[in-house]
Design a protein around this ligand. Sequence first.
Ligand code: SF4
Length: 402
Amino acid sequence: IAHVRYATSGRGEPDVLLREAQPFLMGKLALAFNGNLVNVSSLKSELGGGSCDVELMAGKLLKEFRDLPSAVESFMRSAEGAYSVVGMTQEGEMFAFRDPLGIRPLCWGKANGLYAVSSETVGLDINNIPYESEVEPGELILWRGETVERKKVAESRGRALCAFEFAYFARPDSILNGGRPVYKVREEFGRNLAREHSEIAKKADVVISIPETGDDAAYGFHEQAGIRWERAVRKHRFITDRAFISSAAQRELILSRKINISREIKGKKVAVIDDSIVRGDTSRKIVQQIREAGATEVYLFVTFPKIIAPCFYGIDMATFGELIASKQGEEEIARTVGADAVCYQSLESFVRATGLRREELCLGCLTCQYPTPLAQRMADHMREKFLAGEREAGRIYETLSL
Ligand code: SF4
């Protein structure tokens, strides 16, 4: 089991991070998961403590453990949140299960008696393992030697795949939910942006993209608008930090080391394609770098619609107050980030491009309508505080039970 943890639960001290690195070992189980539990407080009370959500998951599975299917079934009955899980038992059984809404991706494949589970299809591709299928929402798959047992352990009320996977998280060569490769979806995002904001698109001399999540959309934008795609922004090959998940000070530093902008754009009006605006500080820094490279006008086109609400399912967007679009309209955002205009893709076009129906996606951070009840109550509670000008607590799911 290999796992890169992007922690949205538990404490941040190095020794704690190390202890909570996954696969997490407890009793007879080894577990790794992608996602975030929302009802952390109630699980903590039930289990008498616990630090991060993977520890709570392991504790809950082991409590009254008879066999794996019944343990997972009982876990799914009491847990709320996003969880795509892979694990092993001490007896050598491998298993995978996914929350009843399938908020995070999870798939599996097989080749010559070898079975593999991966968050994204690209994990199978690079190991030459043909894709077999998704781990379905609410499903447990158990591999014992040569046998594969698939069991629906929770009734699924539908699907709610995270929309942000399409814009930012997923690798472009992955396929989500058995649809088209993500890069094809992103190309369509770019065409949509050029269509929806054609008057502003027309003003640009060249289109540039923020690598790598903006690249495919820039290609689509270039196709639709007929504007040259100038590959003037390059990413340092060996700096792999993600600016999005770092502190504000680190973000600035990472960006200036990671992104280099050619002065070939000097004297030009540029359309810039980026995946999202979360807090606004990253966009401000990028626009500043583009102007320093000599661009005369900067129009920022954003593939992910306006992020107006926090995420409780494993993306580090914790409060309303930190999200620029929960406080400002497009024109004000443009002023804040120093752009001549900011153009978002509309929600309708975004959804259409994914090939999924609106009700098959989680759009919580875009609409403030969440697919699970406790997340909705938490968002409503935080929103009230935000609108009243009070301070909101981050990672509210770790402290509050509603
Ligand atoms: S709230 Fe937003 S980021 Fe979080 S799972 Fe839903 S779509 Fe994804």
